[in-house]
Design a protein around this ligand. Sequence first.
Ligand code: CTP
Ligand code: ZN
Length: 157
Amino acid sequence: MNDKMKKIKISPIRKGTVIDHIRGGQSLKVLKILGLTDVEIKDVVSIAMNVDSSVGKKDIVKVENKEISSDELDKISLISPETTINIIRDYEVIKKERVKLPERGKGIVRCRNRNCITNQKEPVEPEFKVISSKPVNIKCVYCEREMREEEITENLL
Ligand code: CTP
Ligand code: ZN
């Protein structure tokens, strides 16, 4: 087998989005963020987990006919800040951008402190500040409770 063959893990797509350089083993969380875990899926979706890349293991998700919203991008950045989003048209990459870990985010992650004002009947949307990116660590702006990767994943809205 030649080197090019060895590199091909999943087929190219004609139109849609390739979510690349996802931290190894995190792609199922990306599918959850995209709302693809509990619906009937009609489009082609391909997933590769823990494939070799220049900087260690990565996951890849390819979704045909899908555009990603800015809330979804912020959520993906929280679980995998190095992810790149490639928009594909007619088999060509027409746009490539890296997700950006925001400094703050509103209405994206629920605070895990049950007593936080954002978990009471008050009309206060949860809001966090990012305090580190590797590992991702965020802090509620109201009660200052910190949340790490696992907790963030469990509390995505
Ligand atoms: N891709 C795809 N279908 C296409 C075109 C590209 O699935 N029709 C995938 C490639 O397999 C790759 C990603 O989209 O996973 C980005 O493609 P490209 O920019 O061509 O690859 P690289 O230069 O290796 O990307 P990067 O520099 O971001 O690693
Ligand atoms: Zn809080």
